[in-house]
Design a protein around this ligand. Sequence first.
Ligand code: AMP
Length: 503
Amino acid sequence: MINTVFTWLTDSALRFPDKIAVVDENGSITYNQYFTKALSIARRIIEMSGGIAKKPIVVYMEKSKEILVSFMGIAYSGCFYSPIDVDMPKVRVEKILEILDPQFVITTEELKPIFEKFGYSGHYILYNDVYPAGDDLSIVKKIADSIIDTDLLYVLFTSGSTGLPKGVSICHRSVIDYIDCVCEMLNISNQDTFGNQAPFYFDNSILDIYSCMKTGATLYIVPQKLFFQPVPLLEFIRDNLINTIFWVPSALIVVSKLKAFKNVDLNNILKRVLFCGEVMPNKQLNIWRKYLPNAIYVNFYGPTEITDACTYYLVDREFGDDEPLPIGIPMKNTDVMVLNDEDKLVKQGEIGELCVRGTSLAMGYYNNPKMTEMAFVQNPLNDALPEKIYRTGDLVKYNEYGEILFLSRKDFQIKHLGHRIELGEIETAASSLNDVNSCCCLYDEENKKIVLFIDANLDEDFIKEQLKAIIPEYMLPGKLVYLNDIPINANGKIDRIKLKELI
Ligand code: AMP
């Protein structure tokens, strides 16, 4: 049994030193190069920190193989990584830096001046300046050997309803448990080639990164621009013999909507179509299934807080276009409990909240005890011992096959084009603008649009421009509705039902 994820990289570098590990638009690295550069980074971190491990280190780089090498360098040094998207607005980065207080930032020469504008006064490590570590790696080995499986591996930030992003903190053990389960279930081996879509600040990427690392498979980072060009995207898969993809449904839908399969034959190439992160409509999945009948399809479900996925459904029967696709059954070594309003297990057909128990649970939200306490709570079915469960906020029920069906959210969290967004975060940002009296945000599911109802005497372009500096581009409202007075219900709260009628 291993207790750190970097053991996979050490092993794969020994077993497959010259095999291509990661490929991006600028080239590729072998497993030996991956390992060697990661150790060099680890050594640099240890030298600079005097061997102080267990600290957060930010990685601020364009999506590339170098990010993954940096992640592993950080892990070998006994610290944990937190990627920050280069497109993230300044205000949000500042909030994240305040929460994290990172020990170092790993970045490039070009991006350093941009990061400096975020007011970070700590030390930088420039990726290209890290010299080869040489043969004496005893200090790295000493630190790496001291890491235990409950030490943190990464902190990924998700949207927070109060406007403060939440740093989901995951330890080595949770990732080991998850990846062991995925690789066994899907029979992943060094013969496989993955096509990565998920950004590395999004937890879907965990499956790609670590399934490959564990087995010696090859990971292609699919160029982002291809996700807007379905035919070249499928050509990319075909030409690089990619046989496994794990994408958000939004990315799969881009392909099926335009029926790009008519132009590119992927039969006998793509054998695993995996997805997670939002509802996959059967209407679109049926198009994939029609053109690629020999592939296996798996609907994974789960929030970042339980290490990517906690249930899965291996598609094993036909579905009508308007039927829901189950999110299935718990993954190995994970228990899910569907609790009703009285915190009792639901009966078949009854709706309840999906709650998760097990090794996959995050250690909490970094430096945020209040939110941690709210989301990670005592198991109400265990009054004998302390035991945490994670309340997902997702409403579900069991179908007649004993599979779980996702129904909706309990709160104002949405999924928009694969991104997890708390509508409250947008409201907080809009309310912070001068001359905004009040506002409310709703999601128009049908047209996939974020709608901002706003009581303000400000021009639409001006509002959007101002918001751009506070929240990421994908959170910007697609539609603004001006109201003189936002309607209030009998409880004195914003009347969302009335507002919904105005969409
Ligand atoms: P994230 O933390 O970004 O992975 O988002 C987690 C949330 O996305 C879950 O709590 C669900 O609301 C939603 N979600 C994830 N996977 C699925 C799925 N397969 N079907 C429906 N909703 C999903």
